[in-house]
Design a binder for this molecule. Structure first.
Ligand code: AMP
Length: 285
């Protein structure tokens, strides 16, 4: 497994793979790897000749006052985890090489970026789209892998890929959960014992709400209601940023009039437990 630290070295590695006709699977991450990340890496290893994993805590996707400085970092532990998975290269660019002095260019996926998390994290998705495009240009993947836990990120990246005619396939991977249902996340490490004990209620609330999607007697507003009632059972809950049913393509809230047969519905929440912001979602047919 090669460790690559500069963009030019990364491009050289990928050009070599392409010249020999190899497919490249790419898994971008911010590190502090857990089984959710590793499951995506395994998907890439299965489907591609070469797998590249990047670890880069991207400053431009953190808004002012967010946790960029204290975001968990464990480069040695991450490299050890990846070395057991037939990963070919780990790309660890420095902030200065991604955003050198005088850096000016940002990618903005309008509309989708302002919804859901975008309302509470201004500039977040411009930071995500920009770094993902830069990483794509460095790694030149055949396929890039993203987790559906970050549903809006998946929608934004797919849109950017289509709009900018990027020549690669975006592969979306299922959310991996702890045994008690809590979606795995590097930020779970911030939770106190009491907060961690209550956190599985998020998934419980989502599954309760999902059952109502097929209950024709209920209006869709009822889903938001059910979610909010279930979530407020948590004593450590400090804020619900959003919790409702959404159109999985447009991310618009499905408000009144119920859900039509065959319609896919995204049930998504963002909330704070103590000071830790967590997101989760499920998609229902
Ligand atoms: P992050 O390091 O949080 O930026 O995540 C890197 C990639 O892993 C993103 O595509 C995430 O959506 C994905 N991911 C994070 N947590 C999970 C999870 N619990 N299940 C599946 N994918 C995940």
């Amino acid at each position: 497994m090669q460790l690559i630290r500069t963009i030019s070295e990364m491009q050289q590695f990928s050009k070599g793979c392409k010249l020999s006709g190899k497919t490249i699977g790419f898994v971008p991450t911010m590190g502090a790897l857990h089984d959710g990340h590793l499951s995506i890496v395994r998907d890439s290893v299965k489907a591609n000749d070469v797998t590249v994993v990047s670890i880069f805590v991207n400053p431009t996707q953190f808004s002012a006052g967010e946790d960029f400085n204290r975001y968990p970092r464990d480069y040695d532990g991450d490299i050890e985890k990846l070395s057991g998975l037939s990963v070919d290269a780990v790309f660890l660019p420095g902030v200065d090489s991604v955003y050198p002095d005088g850096y000016k260019t940002y990618v903005e996926v309008r509309g989708l970026s302002e919804k859901l998390c975008g309302q509470f994290r201004p500039g977040h998705f411009a930071g995500v789209a920009t770094v993902v495009l830069k990483l794509f240009n460095a790694v030149m993947p055949t396929r890039a892998y993203f987790g559906l836990k970050d549903y809006q990120q998946c929608v934004v990246i797919k849109k950017m890929t289509a709009d900018l005619n990027l020549d690669l396939e975006i592969v979306l991977c299922p959310t991996i959960r702890e045994h008690d249902g809590l979606a795995m996340s590097s930020r779970n490490a911030y939770l106190s014992t009491e907060e961690r004990l209550e956190a599985p209620l998020i998934y419980k609330a989502l599954t309760e709400a999902a059952k109502s999607v097929n209950d024709n007697s209920l209006k869709t507003n009822a889903i938001a209601q059910i979610l909010k009632e279930s979530l407020s059972e948590m004593k450590t809950l400090t804020e619900i940023q959003y919790a409702s049913a959404y159109d999985p393509n447009t991310l618009d809230e499905i408000k009144t009039g119920g859900i039509t047969e065959g319609q896919r519905v995204l049930i998504a929440v963002a909330l704070k437990i103590g000071s830790t912001r967590l997101i989760d979602n499920i998609e229902v047919d």
